[in-house]
Write a protein that binds this ligand. Sequence first.
Ligand SMILES: C[S@@+](CC[C@H](N)C(=O)[O-])C[C@H]1O[C@@H](n2cnc3c(N)ncnc32)[C@H](O)[C@@H]1O
Length: 223
Amino acid sequence: MSLPSLSAVSTLAEAGQGRLARLPEQYQHLGHRLVGRRTSPLVWDAWAAEGLRSVPVSERELAFFASHAAYHRAGTAVDAGCGTGGLSRRLRDFGYRVTGLDTSVVSLDLARAHGHGLGLTYQQHDLEAGPPPGMPAGGCDLVAARLLLPFLTDPEAWLHEVRGRWLRPGGCLYLGVAFGDAGALVRGQLPREAIARLCAGWEFRARRDLGLLTCLILRSPMR
Ligand SMILES: C[S@@+](CC[C@H](N)C(=O)[O-])C[C@H]1O[C@@H](n2cnc3c(N)ncnc32)[C@H](O)[C@@H]1O
């Protein structure tokens, strides 16, 4: 089967290289619901195989994470939409026991090539199909979703599920989201007005704007 070529699509990573694709129609329903745009695992495989990488995890991002969310050493973390594992590896270095989840087998192979085993495992899983098999309900101390939400069909529903079924009460959600201005969004961005919607139902802890990426740390309420 031939894979879709990189030139057939435009993404946030390409936007960083100056190639913008305007996709405002993606968010036309924003008024009543935040709508994402699902991208096929085959496309992710092709991008990964061709070497397209998302925004690298920076030292400033890690410092922000460390000051607000790295307090739960030896905790259980899920890196949802882990890609080639850049954040998963850093979470493991912080002391978490990490499971990286992704639909793209090519990305997961590249992630595993950087090492896996004790404290860091990867699993192919479609996040829109519910929690991964074997994950105990309410068993996670941390869920990270970096540059993922705009690629889910219903980002708000997924966040609701993470809060209700993935995280323990008081567990932490780390979001890395690229925001843009409605009307000039590129694929992989959410409109700025979405920030409040993403935080609804969570206890807000911290936010940091780091160039393309806005980082948010939220906590699930103590029940
Ligand atoms: C832009 S990349 C971000 C990768 C990584 N989190 C990072 O920050 O570099 C988005 C990743 O989400 C994965 N993804 C998208 N939709 C998914 C889904 N429904 N289930 C699991 N993974 C998904 C893609 O395969 C891709 O690896």
